[in-house]
Design a protein around this ligand. Structure first.
Ligand code: DQQ
Length: 612
């Protein structure tokens, strides 16, 4: 059998495709030599072989599979010029040398190594050439025209965004920083993007505030962090990688940029003696006896934890203990995963709330809120609930006090599509609408969108009311919607299952349906596609909601391209992604099974959230 020399095999690697993930790494091979039938696949990273169950393979356009599924009976067919993405789940998220071995039917064992130490293979260059700038502008204009792209949810002009960071109201503006890859629509090469808003709903994008800097503790990324203000003096605390450390930064002149503190990192890593996975996302506050900081992590073989630190001068930090830790084996009342990200402790009414985001390999990510008491620097949790019921679509929220003294929360609206499709679209991720958090007299958490969202209404609402019945019919005329707010008041019949469906027409098998089961007090949101693939997957999310006074259920539905946020009775929020056919607009249908239900509905067209 012919054997292919290693220097030729190395050409299969797509330059620049090696990316660090939060739980491993991925890279792309593109077979340009000869089509092959692969019956076995192994990878070693820096000399350590990766277990087959931790390796995932995805041929462009097909579903991701586990490398365990590849065998002589079930070989993997690699065609010419069809990229294969390889994802490895491992703690080594920045391998220096990768060795790839594949058994092929046609040419036997293919074995080659990739050496990333010189950075020759992967160095990401800043945009320099006119052609690169031109490409970026054409990407931006493509993003603008994409009907799946939101217009009244904040996004960068193109490329990737994730967590909101450093939220603060300062000198008349709300500042939003956010995790941003300015070059691509996938996570990696993380900077802090920056934007300001006077009212939380109109945004002005500003230049990037923080850039990874070669030779500094954040040379591989400026990960999440927060703002701390004392007497109008602002400091920022963020995560430098790699290794994960706590770094500080100050506002530059006019807050145009953030300047790194001279003595970074201020905490070089997790406390010695603790076996942690992840150490990130600092938040700082002041108490009578000093400054305190929380950092999220996972304690190996136990679960997520929030570590507490203390300082007298904001420079030198002493580790105290975990103020809360979870157990990844428990599923009740909620599964809390293996790493806790973006924790934040704050007072709310007479209680304290600890919000955090639950991370666990191969599980849908979501965020939770513990309510409890905070005494003597110890947090005593009394209850826990999901912050948003759209698992896999809303993550890493951060809160702050806005210009009106309200506790406002922003989160990251995640994509439901593969990296390949995001790259093609040129963008990924959005910021949720701002939500006000309050606690009622019974100690229940209330979540509602800020009323300033009304400022984005374009003209008057169009109102409809009537009766929903078994017959599935348009209830808002044939009004097409894409970037709209729908306020629906349902007066559900006893034992009814009623609601609305957004679809191109009555018979379309592509729709999103929002229904309320009166008997069980359950709100269900379902997305459905005629043909499903990795990028368009049916989803069903449920949340228990009690109707309001007079048994009526009030829903606010914000549809913005492919982003949908639903607020029910100020008691629950649910975010979901829906990528309908580009060419068709949606119209609103109503239905009621069991018994008829009355409804009244208002629809507003929304305007863009950008000043520019
Ligand atoms: N995203 C950041 C981390 C954080 C995670 C990296 C949550 O700092 O833990 O982009 O989405």
């Amino acid at each position: 059998m012919p054997s292919v020399p290693e220097f030729l095999l190395r050409k299969l690697y797509v330059p620049g495709s090696l990316s660090s993930l939060q739980d491993g790494f991925s890279f792309i091979l593109n077979d340009t030599l000869v089509a092959v039938t692969i019956s076995g696949f192994t990878i070693s990273a820096d000399g350590a072989a990766l277990a087959a169950e931790n390796l995932f393979l995805q041929i462009e356009g097909s579903k991701e599979i586990n490398s365990n599924q590849v065998s002589e009976e079930q070989p993997l067919q690699l065609s010419l010029n069809v990229p294969l993405t390889i994802r490895a789940v491992t703690q080594n998220i920045k391998p220096k040398i990768l060795t790839i071995e594949a058994n092929s039917k046609e040419i036997g064992l293919l074995r080659f190594s990739l050496d990333f130490r010189s950075r020759g293979l992967d160095w990401v260059k800043p945009f320099k050439k006119i052609s690169e700038i031109g490409r970026e502008w054409s990407k931006r204009s493509r993003v603008k025209k994409d009907p799946h792209h939101p217009i009244y949810h904040f996004t960068p002009p193109a490329n990737w965004m994730n967590d909101p960071n450093g939220l603060v109201y300062w000198q008349g503006q709300h500042h939003l920083f956010y995790q941003h890859n300015p070059q691509e629509a996938v996570w990696g090469n993380i900077h802090w993007g920056h934007a300001v808003s006077p009212d939380l709903v109109h945004w002005k994008r500003l230049p990037i505030a923080l850039t990874p800097s070669e030779g500094k503790p954040d040379q591989d990324g400026c990960w999440s962090g927060s703002a701390f203000m004392e007497d109008d003096t602002l400091r920022f605390f963020y995560t430098g990688v790699f290794p994960e450390s706590v770094c500080a930064a100050f506002p530059g002149k006019g807050m145009k940029k953030l300047e790194r503190a001279a003595h970074n990192p201020i905490i070089p890593g997790a406390p010695s003696g603790l076996k942690v996975e992840g150490f990130r996302d600092p938040v700082v506050w002041k108490e009578a006896d000093g400054y305190y900081m929380t950092v999220g992590c996972g304690i190996a073989e136990k679960g997520g934890a929030v570590l507490l630190f203390r300082s007298g001068d904001l420079q030198t930090w002493e580790y105290l203990y975990p103020i809360l830790s979870g157990d990844s084996r428990q599923t009740k009342p909620l599964f809390t995963g293996s790493i806790w990200e973006c924790p934040q402790l704050f007072r709310i009414g007479s209680l304290y709330m600890l919000i955090l985001s639950v991370y666990h390999v191969s599980k849908l990510m979501y965020s939770i809120a513990y309510l409890g008491e905070y005494r003597d620097h110890r947090f005593h949790a009394k209850s826990v609930q999901k912050i948003d019921h759209g698992e896999g679509a809303y993550y890493a929220p951060q809160s702050f006090i806005d210009h009106k003294g309200r506790r406002v929360l922003f989160g990251w609206v995640m994509e439901g599509r593969s990296e390949t499709v995001c790259q093609r679209a040129g963008w990924a991720g959005a910021l949720s609408l701002p939500r006000i958090l309050t606690i009622d007299q019974k100690g229940h958490l209330h979540i509602e969108p800020v009323p300033e969202i009304d400022l984005l209404h374009q003209g008057e609402a169009i109102s409809f009311e009537g009766i929903l019945s078994e017959q599935f019919s348009p209830i808002a005329g044939m009004m097409p919607i894409r970037n709209h707010e729908i306020d629906l008041e349902l007066s559900p019949g006893k034992d009814s299952l009623s609601g609305i469906r957004l679809a191109a027409d009555e018979v379309s098998d592509e729709f999103v349906e929002i229904s309320y089961d009166q008997k069980r007090s359950i709100l269900t949101v379902e997305t459905h596609y005629g043909v499903c693939d990795a990028d368009r997957q049916n989803a069903r999310r449920e949340v228990a909601v009690e109707p309001g006074p007079e048994g009526k259920l009030n829903l606010k539905v914000f549809l913005d391209g492919s982003v949908i946020e639903i607020y029910a009775e100020k008691a629950a929020a649910l975010t979901i992604r829906f990528y309908p056919d580009h060419r068709k607009k949606l119209i609103t249908f109503g239905f009621s099974k069991g018994q008829v239900s009355a409804y009244s509905l208002k629809i507003w067209r929304m305007r863009s959230c950008f000043h520019e």
